[in-house]
Design a protein around this ligand. Structure first.
Ligand code: BV8
Ligand code: ZN
Length: 244
């Protein structure tokens, strides 16, 4: 990792004003420095030898809801212990200076805990639960959570309030995210492999709408070829360059 910001980043930073519209897409990499395992981080992203893609599906939940709930309870425990890092905090500060819309693939809620406002949770939240019988949705921050938690209204089985593979993004969140990508002047991508759609497609929307695009990642991702500026390194160390 270079210890100096690339010149192009400094030039872009110096042109930011209070009117600048910035849309930010974040992935698991922004929370890595907070101790949250990423999805494709090799050995440490496995849970009990299960790959996340195997467990984050309706089929896995129907097959073994206890196993899936134990995985979510493990992740909730890790996230409850974690603190937002300098990358999360930088985005909260940037929201004070520019017109910033954050779209996150992360279900950990760390952007909100860092003080960011109206974050679009593209894949839902690990702190929300939804009843499979009556559809009632609520926030539930119990750690640990009973392994097969029940709905307070109808005693139906609850599921995590996240978007699983094969499930659609909430229409109002998808529309707001595409709109933010289409109308921004600067599109910032932080800590994502760019492997999951339609989230990764937001970069293409922004690029085709003429936005300046920059990426912060430890290593090039599947969308780096679409980026004007690539900033290598850990986001907790490099993202603060965007404001100072
Ligand atoms: C859907 C919530 C309609 C649950 C998640 C088009 C092409 C191909 C496939 C598809 C397509 N369209 C749809 C699909 C299918 C599928 C998909 O994309 N599959 C992929 C795997 C090929 N998409 C869907 O199913 C979506 N729904 O499309 O509905 C539909 C339905 C059926 C069929 C067609 C259409 C729903 C996807 C949402 C799934 N839910 N999460 C939960 O969290 O439990 S996705 C989950 O995985 C995360 O939310 C995130 O999105 C993704 C993980 O990706 P990243 O966040 O990028 O993390 P990853 O580990 O991969 O990478 C980490 C990165 O960070 C790396 O680049 C690393 O270098 C970097 N890094 C690490 N440390 C640091 C760092 N960077 C900086 N600093 C550091 N310190
Ligand atoms: Zn219910």
């Amino acid at each position: 990792m270079t210890d100096q910001p690339p010149d192009e980043l400094v030039a872009l930073r110096d042109r930011l004003t209070a009117e600048t519209r910035i849309t930010v897409l974040t992935g698991a990499g922004i929370s890595a420095a907070s101790g949250i395992p990423t999805f494709r981080g090799g050995q440490d992203s496995l849970w009990q030898n299960h790959r996340p893609e195997e467990l984050a599906t309706p089929a896995a939940f129907n097959r073994d809801p206890e196993l899936v709930w134990r995985w979510y309870d493990w992740r909730r425990g890790l996230i409850a212990q974690a603190e937002p890092n300098a990358a999360h905090r930088t985005l909260a500060h940037l929201q004070e200076r520019c017109q910033v819309q954050i779209v996150t693939q992360n279900v950990d809620g760390l952007h909100d805990r860092a003080g960011s406002r109206n974050v679009l949770e593209f894949h839902g939240s690990i702190w929300r639960v939804r009843c499979l019988s009556c559809g009632r949705e609520e926030t539930d921050e119990r750690v640990p959570i009973p392994i097969l938690p029940r709905c307070a209204q109808c005693h139906g089985l609850l599921r995590p309030g996240v978007v699983w593979f094969g499930e659609s993004i909430a229409p109002e969140i998808l529309d707001a995210s595409v709109d933010a990508a289409r109308h921004c002047q600067v599109f910032v991508v932080i800590g994502t492999s760019g492997a999951v759609y339609p989230a990764a497609g937001l970069a293409t929307v922004a690029r085709e709408s003429g936005a300046r695009t920059l990426e912060f990642n430890l290593a090039p991702s599947e969308i780096s070829s679409q980026m004007d500026i690539f900033v290598p390194g850990s986001a907790a160390e490099t993202l603060p360059w965007l404001i100072d």
